[in-house]
Design a protein around this ligand. Structure first.
Ligand SMILES: Cc1ncc(COP(=O)(O)O)c(C=O)c1O
Length: 390
């Protein structure tokens, strides 16, 4: 893989005809180190966020050995990494997936949110006595861009009953939740842990693991989250107050916060119509979140210099397919003179960008390059980290 000092250097060198993923493995490694140093428990990477070998390699190189997987292909890929511990945290799994995970890949850790799913796990593992079972509860999303509580999670009496039933068959009983992706304030975790507290008291069970899920934020042009240390503080104090076993494990499963800032997308402008730019990737590619969840990613013109006096102007993007929902309304602030043939770096697309992209209309094929410079926005205070390492 070619390495370039920056997106500008990449464009100067190859003038690509396809969109390019500019990967910054050092940024993923730094994020992983930050979590491993500061989170008071185990850190598992949510594999779904980005499974590029460069990203996985950077995370593993930094010390991440636990991975949250959600499907057979993910677990088969992640299982090739030496010495990993896999958690199968999708609450709905096929019987075949449970069998393969337990019997072929040695996975012991499963999430569930119904008695039916519990029965499936027990049946397909042959009544195994070494299961680590995490009951997924639904907690209210607060300041989250992608709420997840409607699809999965159990609450109230049903949750208490499920905990009791799960306790009867689990070697380790855990509780897990997800506060929603891109949660910008830590109070969501405080609320969730207080729900967990009430539930443990109600069910009267001994709990051996708390998995606070993902949800930790990244930075975008339209999103300015609280510092990550504030999330750690809230989780630590909420966890310390829980009535759990002395050896209770605390686990987190970040996806976005580990990889978002470690990948940029470099696109070319193929046409300009007023304030609308037609670019060569879009909502069916790595910009799903910009189209469907209105994420405003940071952008910069990288193919030529413009005078410092040139005004910036708001633009919206159209992707390359014939579909009119292939639209990213932004606004994306770029030099007013932007024109056909220019290249734009779209930053912080590392989480769920390449992971979601498809091949609609024959698009969805990318080049890749390693970028050695810093991400456009970072949650990790680079100077402080460098000073600490010096
Ligand atoms: C079970 C589970 N864990 C972790 C994650 C990662 O979430 P995030 O990328 O918001 O950190 C997800 C995302 O959907 C998830 O479903």
């Amino acid at each position: 893989m070619e390495r370039y000092p920056s997106a500008r250097a990449l464009i100067d060198a190859i003038k690509p005809d396809r969109p390019v993923f500019g990967i910054r493995p050092h940024a993923a490694g730094r994020a992983a180190q930050w979590f491993l140093r500061n989170f008071p428990g185990e850190v598992a990477y949510a594999y779904k966020a980005n499974d590029s070998v460069f990203m996985i390699g950077a995370l593993y190189g930094a010390g991440i050995t636990h991975f949250d997987v959600a499907s057979i292909p993910e677990l088969e890929d992640a299982a090739t990494i030496p010495g990993v511990r896999l958690h199968f945290m999708h609450p709905v799994k096929s019987r075949a997936a449970i069998r393969l995970a337990y019997h072929e890949y040695g996975i012991r850790c499963f999430a569930l949110d119904t008695e039916d799913e519990l029965a499936k796990i027990v049946e397909e593992t042959g009544g195994a006595k070494d299961l680590e079972l995490f009951v997924r509860i639904a907690v209210p999303a607060k300041n989250s861009r992608v709420p997840l509580e409607r699809k999965f999670g159990v609450t109230g009496h049903k949750a208490a009953r499920l905990l009791v039933k799960t306790r009867q068959v689990a070697d380790e009983l855990g509780i897990t939740f997800h506060v929603g992706s891109q949660t910008t304030t830590p109070d969501a975790y405080a609320n969730a842990l207080s729900e967990v507290h009430k539930l443990i008291v109600k069910a009267g069970v001994v709990v051996d693991g708390i998995d606070v899920g993902g949800g930790f934020p990244s930075r975008y042009t339209d999103s300015h989250p609280a510092p990550l240390s504030a999330f750690i503080d809230v989780i630590s104090s909420g966890f310390e107050r829980l009535p759990v076993s002395a050896a209770c494990r605390l686990i987190c499963e970040p996806g976005r916060a580990l990889v978002a800032e470690a990948e940029s997308l470099i696109v070319r402008v193929d046409a300009r119509r007023g304030d609308e730019l037609f670019i060569n990737d879009g909502s069916y590619g790595a910009l799903f979140d910009a189209a469907h969840l209105n994420f405003v990613f940071p952008v910069q013109l990288v193919s030529r210099d413009v005078p410092a006096t040139e005004p910036m102007a708001p633009f919206e993007f159209w992707g390359p397919t014939c579909d009119s929902i292939d639209r990213m309304k932004g606004p994306f602030m770029l030099p007013a003179s932007i024109r056909e043939g220019d290249y734009i770096e779209i930053g912080n697309v590392g989480a769920y960008g390449r992971a979601i992209g498809g091949r609609f209309n024959g698009y969805g094929s990318y080049l890749e390059g390693i970028l050695l410079d810093e991400p456009m926005f970072t949650m990790y205070d680079i100077e402080q980290q460098q000073a600490a390492q010096a």
